[in-house]
Design a protein around this ligand. Structure first.
Ligand code: FRU
Length: 475
């Protein structure tokens, strides 16, 4: 298939990290170092399938203007021949060190996993140092991956996604004095409650609690289909004994497209998360015709408030705002005097039955509905066919304010203080720009609209060797 030029692409994201070419999945190696924030992410630069995974790399001085650096890691060594899978970054002395999973298929086609290091002095070119944990530990299968490493109490600590030999998902805690010699401290999660594999764990202290994020792979059970769910637990962790008394697993995002998030601590102490706005089982999307697939969410600040993990787009994103349109005292069904393909909306004082159409044009629309006890996001295509893009139950009184980020092919909805979030990819016609309140008894005390500018520093078709090299993307 011939890929079309990106400049004709109606779904090219303006303020979300995505690749110019190829398939993107998990954010990796998030770190603030020497005044710059580095975001790496899983990339297959050669096509829109889940093969040939390496680490793409973008940096920013201000978290709101990004530029691309050369791919940091590519597969091909004996310990990562079939993929440089997910992992994290730490600073050791004056070096940036990446810790990632080398994925290998051996001569018999069986999976082998190696936890590997790579280092860099300039934060641009990385030298692979090979494995520091070869294979899985006794009692675990080769599904053993996604090291997240941090320094605490004079040691290095690692959480790692694992699968027990009886095929239960769990998260292991390991420690090391030098990043090379690692010892198992124990298991942070009881096996048997978290699907058949836990991917992409991340443990950090937030507002006085130890929060563990991880992504569960669940098998089909009864009427429930197989699923991949990113969530969190909070409690108190004792690293020395790997003791972790924690609450129930809760979803991080109620939209259709969210998985494998990772966090980092910014220089000012904020805990910032980016997720993959995609899911493992999705095998195509309209953007594949333009040679790319998937993107990351916007960076979101996390806070733990009254036992709920809240997410808000980082404040820096307000710097992308154009002129504000402010409306007050809206009620009844009406088309708003604002429209666009890349914008932010803030609504407060919402009451009555509420329904808002975004990216509306012809029969197409993305519909957000709030009713007592529930929020629902639905995509309606040009033929009037509806697809559920997300839904969540709401506690009493929830849903009085909304913040919504719409980009060329995504919508992210934050309710109230960000207690409930829904993220979904959408692929409307470029002409579908309308915004309308559609419930006759909806009331909104105040609404602000801002067009949002692009956060990339360069023309879309330049600075990407993969584009000029590979005019053809074969699937
Ligand atoms: C999660 C995941 C990780 C793995 C990576 C490979 O989406 O399956 O467990 O490291 O993707 O791309």
């Amino acid at each position: 298939m011939t890929a079309q030029r990106p400049d004709a692409d109606p779904w090219r994201q303006q303020f979300h990290i995505a690749a110019l070419r190829g398939l993107v999945n998990d954010p990796n190696g998030l770190i603030h170092w020497n005044g710059r924030t580095h975001v790496f992410f899983q990339i297959n630069p050669t096509g829109c399938t889940h093969t040939n995974k390496g680490w793409a790399h973008v940096v920013s001085d201000d978290l709101v203007h990004w530029h691309r650096l050369p791919q940091a890691l590519a597969p091909g060594d004996s310990f990562d021949s079939h993929g440089c899978y997910s992992g994290s970054a730490v600073v050791q002395g004056d070096q940036l060190v990446l810790i990632y999973t080398g994925n290998v298929r051996n001569a018999q086609g069986q999976r082998e996993s190696y936890q590997c290091l790579a280092r860099s002095s300039d934060g641009i070119r990385f030298e692979k140092l090979g494995p520091v944990i070869s294979g899985a530990l006794p009692g675990y299968t080769a599904h053993f991956r996604d090291p997240k490493v941090w320094a605490q109490d004079g040691r290095w600590w690692m959480v790692l996604g694992a699968q027990t030999e009886d095929l239960q998902g769990t998260v292991l805690l390991l420690s090391s004095e030098d990043l090379r010699d690692w010892h198992l401290a124990g298991r942070l999660l009881d096996a048997g409650h978290h699907g058949y594999m836990c991917e992409c764990p991340d443990l950090f202290t937030l507002d006085g609690q130890d929060v563990l994020l991880f992504s569960e792979q669940r098998a089909a059970q009864g009427d429930a289909p197989a699923s991949n769910i990113a969530g969190w637990v909070a409690g108190r962790a004792d690293l020395a004994t790997a003791g972790y008394a924690h609450g129930a697993f809760q979803r991080l995002d109620h939209g259709r497209d969210f998985y494998a998030p990772q966090t980092f601590e910014h220089a000012d102490g904020r805990r910032i998360m980016l997720g993959w706005m995609g899911l493992p089982e999705q095998d195509s999307a309209p953007s594949v015709a333009y040679g790319w697939f998937h993107c990351l969410t916007v960076p979101r600040e996390l806070r733990l408030v009254n036992g709920r993990l809240c997410q808000q787009p980082i404040d820096e994103l307000t710097r992308l705002r154009g002129p504000e349109t402010h409306l007050e005292g809206l009620h009844g069904a009406q088309t708003l005097p604002v429209q666009g393909t890349s914008y932010e909306l803030e609504l407060s004082g919402i009451s009555g039955r509420f329904a808002l159409d975004l990216r509306a044009g012809g029969a197409e629309r993305t519909r957000l509905e709030l009713s007592p006890g529930a929020v629902r996001l639905t995509g309606i295509d040009a033929l009037g066919q509806a697809t559920v893009l997300g839904h969540a139950d709401l506690p009493p009184g929830a849903g009085q304010s909304l913040r919504i980020l719409v980009d060329h092919s995504s919508v992210e909805v934050f309710l109230d203080a960000g207690e409930i979030v829904l993220s979904a990819r959408i692929y409307p016609e470029a002409s579908a720009k309308g915004i309308a309140l559609t419930a006759p008894d909806a009331r909104v005390a105040a609404l602000s609209f801002w067009p949002l500018a692009s956060f990339w520093d360069a023309d879309l078709t330049t600075g990407d060797p993969a584009f000029t090299r590979a005019e053809e993307v074969s699937q």
